[in-house]
Design a binder for this molecule. Structure first.
Ligand code: FAD
Length: 472
């Protein structure tokens, strides 16, 4: 595909310098290196140039130039993506949005925040919380990912179970289309049925349909109280059945997370601390939030009664901040703990209907035994989103390279057979595109390609992601 693109010559570099200024162009190899990878880590593609525009007019001018000259252009937020969406796989221009780093307005009358895309999600949350407001989507990467990247990926997080994902808070966007034209879509209204919903088409499109330059998000009042519960179980089946019974009992926790025993052991080694109930096959982490202490207490007591019917080994309750932090410490360090165990690992984020989780675990055990590789899982049990980690550890590189595609193919087929899909929140990007036909039927993929071609006939915007445009 890269044959169809023009190489970046000096006159293009000069034009880019005229648009953003010399200071905001990077061409030196060592300075471009941080932009050549994301958190998929083992994939690396060097852009010809990194460009850092200051405003929407500059983004528009850069995209117009790229479109006229047929140069690929890849938008990048904070580079924490786990599907390779921000990798410049066809070279060309890496468009870093890092200078779009301001929260523009916290509107307390309309309960909205207007922000530029490079604002770090955790920082946005903190600033609205300082005003008693709440932006619920909470990807585990919130201290390092950008809100623009969250829109592009339609990011989720533990609180998705009660509060939904990024898309559910999106009310307005300013976006630059692949021809360089700028649109303002939606605004500070919750309702909007004026024509096709292009704003939500852009949300989750992984930077392939438009570049996001401004975002309006709706906010909620911040629930003032929260309680966390850690509930160990001697079997994963019991943990899932208990989780379903809690929901049937009409309690909707803010989060319902789980860690299998091998994940807890990894966290234990990483933190150099003994985990509570390390003999348990699964740990549930439940967070309840609200504004009525008595109601929260009644809910967690009810949860206690329900889970004990399903063989819970204990219910550890944390109400003050330090004990709540302790309960979440293991879950929060999980990514680092697994990386410590195996610097090379495949991270998948499959999703299945909640009731199918025990069956998914049986399949995972089977795949692990069949392929002779350790598989460790944790994730969001409340919404069936399981983070499956295939650990390379000491496996020879050639064996790993041969084994992994067939394990993933089998895993994704099993997940589809269970009524799920291949990505809950990390996206398809570059690394999963060959598996998309397992999850999306051929007519739907055709519609996706038609949308892409009609918006971006020259395939300049983030080519090589989700599907190969020229493989129609
Ligand atoms: C430890 C860890 C934990 C994680 N936990 C979660 C989790 O719980 N839930 C979850 O959903 N994800 C999670 N992620 C994945 C990742 O953080 C999210 O996908 C996040 O939304 C990416 O944001 P980013 O700013 O880093 O985007 P990048 O990685 O820079 O880019 C991601 C995609 O967005 C596009 N993009 C970025 N900015 C723009 C823009 N302004 N306009 C158009 N396109 C743009 C890029 O082209 C690319 O396709 C985790 C990652 C790590 C490393």
């Amino acid at each position: 595909m890269s044959n169809q693109y023009k190489k970046i010559q000096n006159e293009i570099l000069d034009s880019l310098k005229t648009i953003v200024g010399q200071k905001f162009i990077i061409t030196l190899e060592e300075d471009k290196e941080p932009y050549s990878h994301d958190e998929t880590l083992h994939h690396k593609f060097m852009p010809a140039v990194v460009v850092k525009p200051a405003d929407t007019a500059e983004v528009s001018a850069i995209i117009k130039l790229a479109n006229a000259e047929k140069i690929p252009i890849t938008p990048r937020g904070a580079g924490t993506g786990l599907s390779g969406g921000a990798l410049p796989v066809c070279g060309g221009i890496l468009l870093s949005l890092e200078r779009f780093d301001k929260i523009l307005e916290i509107d307390e009358e309309n309960l909205m925040v207007v922000t530029q895309p490079a604002v770090i999600t955790g920082q946005l949350q903190k600033e609205v919380e300082d005003k008693g407001l709440f932006y619920p989507p909470d990807p585990a990467s919130l201290d390092s990912c950008s809100i623009g990247g969250n829109i592009a990926e339609n990011a989720g997080g533990p609180r998705a179970f009660k509060y939904g994902v990024t898309r559910h808070y999106l009310c307005g966007l300013e976006a630059v289309w692949p021809n360089g034209q700028v649109s303002r879509l939606g605004g500070k209204t919750i309702k909007n049925v004026s024509g096709y919903d292009l704003m939500h088409l852009i949300c989750g499109s992984e930077g392939t349909l438009a570049v996001i330059t401004e975002i309006t998000l709706r906010l909620l009042p911040k629930p003032p109280l929260a309680v966390d519960l850690m509930i160990p179980f001697s079997s994963i089946d019991d943990a899932v059945r208990a989780c379903t019974a809690v929901i049937k009992g009409r309690i909707i926790p803010a989060t319902m997370e789980f860690m299998e025993q091998k994940a807890v052991m990894a966290a234990e080694r990483f933190l150099e601390k003994r985990a509570p109930f390390r003999e348990a096959e699964a740990h549930l982490l439940v967070q309840l939030d609200g504004d009525d202490r008595a109601a929260l207490t009644a809910d967690y007591e009810k949860i206690g009664r329900i889970v004990s019917d399903f063989g819970a080994l204990d219910v550890l309750v944390a109400e003050d901040r330090p004990s709540r932090e302790r309960i979440w410490e293991m879950r929060r360090c999980m990514a680092d703990a697994l990386t410590q165990m195996s610097p090379v690992r495949e991270r998948e984020d499959v999703v299945v209907p909640k009731a199918a989780i025990p069956e998914l675990f049986r399949k995972l055990k089977g795949l692990s035994e069949k392929h002779g590789v350790e598989v460790i899982s944790y994730g969001h049990i409340g919404d069936g989103n399981v983070h499956v980690n295939v650990m390379k550890q000491g496996m020879a590189p050639e064996v790993w390279e041969r084994m992994l595609p067939s394990l993933l193919d089998e895993l994704f087929r099993e997940v589809m057979a269970l009524g799920g899909t291949i990505s809950g929140e990390h996206g398809i990007g570059y690394v999963k595109k060959k598996y998309l036909p397992l999850a999306v039927d051929a007519p739907a993929i055709m519609v996706m390609k038609d949308i892409k071609i009609s918006l971006d006939p020259n395939h300049i915007l983030n080519p090589g992601k989700i599907f190969d445009e020229d493989s129609k």
